[in-house]
Structures are given as structure tokens and as C-alpha cells.
Ligand binder design. Sequence first.
Ligand code: NAD
Length: 256
Amino acid sequence: MENKVALVTGAAGGIGEAVVRVLAERGAIVAALDRDELRLNDVVDRMKAEGLTVRAFAVDVTSSNEVEAVVAQVEEDLGPLDYLVNAAGVLRLSEATVLTDADWALTFAVNTTGVFFVSRAVVNRMVTRCRGAVVTVASNAAGTARVEMSAYAASKAAATMFTKCLGLEVARYGIRCNLVAPGSTDTPMLAAMFQPGGPGPAASIRGNADAYRVGIPLGRLAAPRNVADAVVFLLSDQAAHITMHDLTVDGGAALG
Ligand code: NAD
């Protein structure tokens, strides 16, 4: 991956940061995108101090204008993009019958429409060069019903099918589009579920982090690096004949 140019959204988050790190360690030049500028700059400064080639770009993926502008800026500054990773995401837990309009709208705006905006802007450029690889970080919840996750799971299922259809359309240009579907992963998103005043997990498991882990046959949460390794594999030439594939990384939680 030496000198390949990569764009990663959600780069200030647990999984996004791990993806940025693995790519940069493999020699890629990485554009790290997030809407949380403070955390993003912190992540990027730490990596730069380690000698990794990473640049921060602030963007809200729910704005198509911002996305178009930032993708153009990334290519101007770093060169033509070889890899895209859609890792920005939000989780709003609520039972469907009391889910608010705002939480539904935000969930789809980030998890589904954001994936569309960023993928359209990047892949539109990749097709002119007939090369590129995309990985969208969806979720095992896209295919497995979960309590209090109706909006999240539906938004991830939509992002999953969008990414597969995109992969079908651009396969003729040699561009591959895959998915990684993590299960519970040890990141700020998961931690927020257990914080006082946080959204809180389902009533049956509220306040009991151990109960939440019972359904993981491998017996532990994923580390962000476990998910990042799968993402980078799918971007790499080792996955040269893999496209439109959804790779579950959940310790067996979805039971296959
Ligand atoms: P995280 O909350 O640590 O990181 C998500 C990042 O996305 C944050 O830095 C946030 O600022 C950014 N973001 C949110 N809205 C944005 C917007 N509008 N524009 C730009 N950036 C925005 O979460 P994470 O656990 O690292 O999640 C990464 C991805 O993995 C998400 O798509 C998430 O849905 C998915 N996922 C996570 C888990 C888990 O258990 N942690 C499980 C399955 C899937």
C-alpha cells in the first residue's frame, strides 16, 4: 500500500482511527475525515508524531456540498484516491414506538446518506482512472434484529445494499466495493451506551455490560484493530477478486 492515497471517514472514532493507523503503517497516505475537529486533530497529531503520513480534513458527511468540496481538496492536496473507507456513523438507541423524528433522521443522514454522498464523490473520480477500492463499515445489525436498534439496523441495511449495488455498477471499471459488518466493538460508540445519561442499552441489559457480551461466542468485544484489519484486507490486492462481499467481524455473534 506504499504511497496509495486513502480517504477514511469517521477517523476520530474508534474504528476509523484504527483503519487510518493500519493503512498509514502500511505506507499509505491517508486523509482522515471527521466532523469532530478537536478529536480528529488529536488523532492526526499523535500519528504524525509517530512519522505516519496522515492529514486531517473536517467535514460533515450529511452535507453533499461539504463532501464534494472536501473530496476535491483531498485529491488536490494528496493526489488521486485509491481507497475509500466509510466509517462515520451514529447510534441512537430507542424502541421503535417512541423513536423521535430527529433520531430517525440523523441516523439515516449519517449512516446511509453520508455513505452515498462520500461514495458518489470518490467513486465518480475512481471510474475515470479505472482503479480503486471501497469498504463501507456497516454492522452485523444490518442482518440481525436487535432491541432498540430499529433505525440503526435499517440504516445499516440500506448502506449495505447501496454499497453492493454500487459495486455491481462499477465492477466493469475494476473498482471493488465491499463491506465489513462489525459486532460489538470496544469504541466510544459502544462506551456511550453504558454511560450514565447516555442513550442506554435495552432495558433487559441496562447497566449490565457483561450481559451484553453473552452472545459473542469468542467471548470478548472486538478491538478496533480487529475490524480495521478486515477493512484493510478488503482494500488490499489480497482481495483482488472480492467485490460486493459483506465480511462479518463479530466473534460469531450473528451465529454465522
Ligand atoms: P465512534 O463513535 O467511535 O466513531 C464514529 C465517528 O463518526 C466519530 O468520530 C464521529 O464524530 C463521526 N461522525 C459522526 N457523524 C458524522 C458526520 N455527520 N460527519 C462526519 N463524521 C461523523 O464509533 P465506532 O464504533 O468507531 O464506529 C465506526 C463505524 O462502525 C460506525 O459506522 C458504526 O456504526 C460501526 N459499528 C460500530 C460498532 C461498535 O460496536 N462500536 C458495531 C458495528 C458497527
